[in-house]
Design a protein around this ligand. Structure first.
Ligand code: NAD
Length: 266
């Protein structure tokens, strides 16, 4: 039996690419969800792509998710957390691409992992997840005498900053250095800031145009600078990673996983 996939946020930028990716795969699109009030409710999920899927877009997720093995959710924190409760009640696995959760939201995701499988990643691209491994290695070698700054750029519609990926990169570097990101992060600078505190990790955010997602982590020392950069050129990379995670998750026990687990990079 092929994997029965539900997609949430199908009217969104990621939702459209996810539909395309699932339709081109050996998995079966069985549920297409969008927020209540979306003008796309009732339409065929493939309409925007010019294909007929026989799957109508719905908002009654608690009922609709009965027909799915896994939900791939790239929406907003409040949407994902509402879907989470239904997934938990129905035993449906969950792939969380949504970013911008507060601490209570993150705790709710972890708590659900006692009942269902979740893969949560601020970035589902294989290249970014490999770069997290490289960042861990770089931070351990460049642990003294290097100032660390993270610069990210995204399209003009992105609503959270810094990106979830930039924050994850910061966490990986901070963990490798034995620092707490909450204590050492500096988000933007203005005015008379004084000299740079070497224990900090700085973040800078660029927004504009149609940039899919660029991230650079700089390790700046005396006489040299190492930069680790990833540039996403298409949202298909995130959709393919999410579907890979969905397939992998079906063979795992309930639990909280990320792309490092999916890719065997632990
Ligand atoms: P978008 O604004 O284009 O689409 C959001 C979708 O979510 C829309 O279909 C909207 O109707 C739906 N939605 C909004 N609020 C909702 C709610 N309360 N309940 C249910 N559905 C709701 O956004 P996007 O660019 O597609 O990004 C969506 C999310 O995915 C963002 O959080 C973004 O940061 C994240 N993202 C993650 C990755 C990754 O690899 N993890 C990659 C790209 C984007």
């Amino acid at each position: 039996m092929s994997l029965r996939v539900a997609i949430a946020g199908v009217s969104g930028r990621m939702g459209r690419v996810l539909i395309d990716t699932v339709l081109a795969s050996d998995c079966r699109l069985t549920v297409a969800l969008d927020r209540p009030g979306s003008p796309m409710l009732g339409q065929d999920a493939g309409q925007a792509l010019g294909v007929h899927t026989g799957v109508a877009i719905r908002s009654d997720f608690a009922e609709a998710l009965r027909d799915a093995d896994v939900l791939i959710d790239f929406t907003r924190p409040e949407g994902t957390l509402a879907h989470l409760a239904a997934c938990r009640a129905l035993g449906v696995n969950l792939i969380v691409g949504t970013t911008g959760f507060d601490d209570a939201g993150k705790a709710a995701l972890h708590a659900a992992a006692s009942d269902i499988g979740l893969v949560c990643a601020p970035n589902f691209s294989v290249g970014v997840n490999l770069s997290l491994k490289l960042l861990d290695m770089a931070a351990r070698v460049l642990d003294t005498g290097y100032d660390i700054e993270i610069v990210e750029a995204h399209h003009r519609h992105k609503v959270d900053a810094p990106s979830g990926t930039a924050l994850r990169m910061g966490e990986v570097v901070a963990n490798a250095l034995g620092r707490d990101l909450a204590q050492c992060a500096v988000y933007g600078r203005e005015g008379v800031t004084g000299a740079r505190d070497p224990s900090t990790i700085g973040f800078a955010t660029v927004r504009g145009g149609d940039v899919v997602g660029d991230h650079t982590v700089m390790f700046m020392g005396e006489g040299e600078r190492l930069e680790i950069t990833h540039k996403a050129s298409s949202r298909a990379t995130f959709a393919q990673g999410a579907l890979r995670a969905a397939r992998w998750l079906q063979a795992q026990p309930a639990g909280y996983y990320d792309m490092q687990d999916v890719l065997g990079l632990r």
